[in-house]
Design a protein around this ligand. Structure first.
Ligand SMILES: CC(C)(COP(=O)(O)OP(=O)(O)OC[C@H]1O[C@@H](n2cnc3c(N)ncnc32)[C@H](O)[C@@H]1OP(=O)(O)O)[C@@H](O)C(=O)NCCC(=O)NCCS
Length: 179
């Protein structure tokens, strides 16, 4: 278990799956805004990689996010696109609707930075998000990520093209306590 101030990041448990499917991935708006592919329903029992973890897939490490106090499941966090040559990776996260806006997202980014920089020895972490996703942008910037560019009208989201922002953080810039 990786521990933050408010949340912990642990392995995916079997009983996380129906909660994540119902509260996160069945949500068409959230799915359309969070993923770079069309939303489609996940068939119960399928091995969809958003829910079922393949421990042999070395380029992607999915976590379940739980509250530090009580251990209630609040969402998912992933280090993905791990490039061991350039020592870079991307981070992604999604919280259940009832757990947003409580500071958990900022804490999850902090824990993923610790995992990426300290545990994995990476040099660069990157986040891509829609330009209107203020909560994600702030969660990243509170941890030291800087906006490196805008991908103009790069994402098709529910009937319109939206801008995406690319944010990056280098190991030497990271201040673990800068929260
Ligand atoms: C994006 C997300 C992970 C952020 O986590 P969170 O726990 O909601 O964010 P926090 O409570 O840590 O808040 C971070 C900052 O955003 C602000 N914020 C939170 N919710 C906000 C909202 N709905 N609108 C505007 N600002 C918001 C907070 O005030 C805080 O700002 P501050 O640092 O200036 O004080 C979470 O909202 C989420 O899972 N959203 C849906 C999925 C998603 O968008 N994932 C990212 C895809 S790239």
């Amino acid at each position: 278990m990786l521990k933050g101030k408010l949340v912990g990041l642990r392995a995916r448990h079997e009983d996380d799956i129906p909660i994540l499917r119902a509260e996160l991935y069945d949500d068409v708006v959230n799915g359309s805004r969070s993923e770079a592919r069309p939303w489609r329903p996940i068939t119960p029992g399928s091995q969809d990689p958003r829910l079922v973890v393949d421990d042999e897939e070395h380029g992607r490490v999915p976590f379940s996010v739980v509250e530090s106090e009580g251990g209630t499941l609040v969402g998912t966090a992933t280090l993905w696109g791990i490039d061991t040559h350039s020592r870079s990776a991307h981070i992604g996260l999604g919280l259940l609707p009832s757990s947003r806006g409580k500071g958990y997202g900022t804490d999850v980014v902090a824990v993923l930075c610790h995992y990426g920089f300290v545990v994995r020895g990476l040099h660069r972490l990157q986040i891509e998000t829609l330009a209107d996703n203020t909560a994600m942008l702030r969660s990243a910037e509170r941890n030291g990520f800087v906006r490196e560019g805008v991908l103009r009208r790069s994402a098709w989201v529910l009937g319109e093209f939206l801008d995406e922002v690319v944010l990056g953080l280098l190991a030497e810039e990271w201040e673990p306590a800068a929260r």
